[in-house]
Write a protein that binds this ligand. Structure first.
Ligand SMILES: Cc1cc2nc3c(=O)[nH]c(=O)nc-3n(C[C@H](O)[C@H](O)[C@H](O)COP(=O)(O)OP(=O)(O)OC[C@H]3O[C@@H](n4cnc5c(N)ncnc54)[C@H](O)[C@@H]3O)c2cc1C
Length: 382
């Protein structure tokens, strides 16, 4: 049984269907009235994925503006892609067509018990295994920082956007207590999603709604010179970032998606992690008859995320310089490989060496597996 038919729930259903589990019974329960966390997902990848036919936008380059760097970055083997929720849903339903035991149920998951009993609209349903993207495990680790997004889907009176080049980071907005940047995802020269993202340190507060609106309006008029525009849709969310591992397994229940801590703490992205996790769960079920073999554990990345977040938490103003330095010193493909957790140890060292030297004391905020803070601090020095 899959609780929640969002990114993680649908991805898992599709991976189960193609991995040798397609002749089993799988129930996906989703509450269409619940507000899903995201309506579309941007991600970068260098390899084909099972759900690629849901991709509606693909870019070969991105624009980056930070710390005096103003550059269009070719992505090499990588592509920046966008999947919208309705397309994901349609593609997954198509993949599941031959799987007669897979069903969708509209309902509200009220409780998930460790023995696999799920309460949906007051009725109990039993699953041999439950994959839970809704309630999440109790006792989540603490939040280390947050990302506050406010996005406007705008339509401008004149052509403003380069449809071939999304803006991944543009720091040309007043930086107040935290770090802020703009993200622009163009549909065509007139229409784009323009999003303000604020990094909120652990003890900070997300910017007020009026402040975010003012920053977006100022960016559109002062930086993009958009002139007249209409906002057709707005989205706003605050995404918790955690560097400590979430205890995912409880009896017959495995947390998936954001509830399983799959949002990468240093970027706020989860799409590719969720795809890999879905594939690993399906593989484990088919090979072992249980879903709990996650494949190789990637502790190194959790550790690196913790280092980055610790630095950003102490000194949010360092974010702009750190990213500018990274993208100035290294080809975008290498940085993306690092952020995509697809690199070698040498790549990691190159990336760390490109970051600015700072006398960071790292212990305060790191997960338990951090072995030796002085050695890590050394990674940041030349
Ligand atoms: C605003 C925002 C934008 C993001 N953008 C990106 C991005 O561009 N790229 C990226 O990689 N990551 C992004 N993320 C991070 C992450 O990828 C998303 O949060 C992702 O949707 C997580 O997948 P999920 O399945 O855990 O949650 P969701 O996709 O939110 O799915 C949860 C599902 O459960 C349903 N539900 C909720 N409550 C109940 C209930 N009680 N009973 C039954 N069903 C219920 C919801 O309707 C939803 O369909 C973003 C996050 C946010 C908040």
């Amino acid at each position: 049984m899959i609780a929640g038919g969002g990114l993680a729930g649908l991805s898992l259903a599709a991976h189960l269907a193609v991995s040798g589990w397609g002749d089993r019974r799988v129930l996906v329960v989703d509450d269409p009235r619940a507000r899903p966390s995201a309506v579309s997902w941007g991600f970068w990848s260098a390899r084909p994925g099972l759900l690629d036919s849901a991709v509606s936008l693909t870019y070969q380059r991105v624009l980056f503006r930070a710390g005096g760097l103003d550059r269009v970055l070719p992505l090499g083997r990588y592509r920046y892609r966008v999947v919208r929720r309705p397309d994901l849903s349609a593609v997954v339903r198509r993949i599941l067509l031959p799987c007669h035991g897979f069903e969708f149920l509209n309902g509200t998951v009220e409780h998930v018990a460790e023995d696999g009993t799920v309460t949906v609209d007051g009725r109990r349903v039993n699953g041999a295994w439950v994959f839970d993207s809704v309630t999440g495990p109790a006792g989540h680790p603490p939040v280390d920082a947050r990302l506050a997004f406010t996005g406007w889907a705008v339509r401008c009176a004149r052509p403003v956007f380069d449809p071939a080049t999304p803006v991944l980071f543009d720091f040309r907005t007043p930086q107040r207590d935290g770090a802020r940047f703009l993200y622009v995802l163009p549909d065509d020269p007139y229409r784009a999603l323009v999003e303000l993202t604020a990094f909120v340190p652990r003890h900070g507060r997300p910017p007020a709604a009026a402040d975010r609106r003012a920053a977006l309006a100022a960016y559109l008029s002062d930086e993009l010179h958009a002139g007249g525009y209409a906002v057709s849709r707005t989205e706003s969310a605050v995404l918790p970032l955690r560097t400590r591992a979430v205890p995912r397994r409880h009896g017959r229940v495995l947390a998936i998606g954001a509830a399983a801590g799959l949002v990468k703490a240093s970027t706020g992205y989860a799409y590719e992690r969720i795809q890999r996790d879905s594939a690993a769960i399906a593989r484990s079920l088919v090979r072992h008859g249980h879903p709990f073999d996650p494949g190789p554990v990637r502790r190194r990345y959790r550790l690196l995320d913790a280092v980055l977040l610790d630095v950003f938490d102490r000194d949010p103003a360092a974010i702009e310089g750190a990213f500018a330095r990274l993208f100035a010193a290294l080809p975008a493909e290498r940085v993306l490989r690092f952020l995509d957790e697809d690199d070698t140890a040498i790549d990691v060292l190159r990336v760390m060496a490109a970051l600015p030297p700072r006398p960071y004391r790292l212990r305060r905020n790191l997960p338990d597996e951090v072995p030796n803070p002085p050695a890590l601090t050394g990674l940041w020095r030349h």
